[in-house]
Design a binder for this molecule. Structure first.
Ligand SMILES: [Zn+2]
Length: 84
């Protein structure tokens, strides 16, 4: 799970979002921009070199209360760069 401040895709409020994604071993960890996912038993997918995007689903927006918000998380290899 990634925790980051970004804009709600629905109401465009700037909020702190917890975003679930499936890349590497991430279920038990809260990551922030600059952190890297690890690989091991239970990891999702395969390591990808270079810049790539991973789909993520955000918890409800504190402002508009919309659930299942869709985010695109930018990675450089295993490192989280940010949310687009
Ligand atoms: Zn919102």
């Amino acid at each position: 799970m990634l925790e980051t401040r970004t804009y709600c895709p629905n109401c465009h409020a700037s909020e702190l979002f917890a975003i679930q994604f499936k890349y590497g071993f991430c279920r038990l960890y809260t990551l922030h921009a600059g952190d890297a996912v690890s690989w091991g038993n239970g990891a999702y997918g395969m390591h990808v070199d270079g810049s790539h995007d991973v789909d993520g689903i955000g918890r409800s927006c504190p402002t508009c209360k919309t659930d299942y918000l869709e985010f695109s998380i930018r990675f450089d290899g295993d490192t989280v760069i940010g949310v687009r």
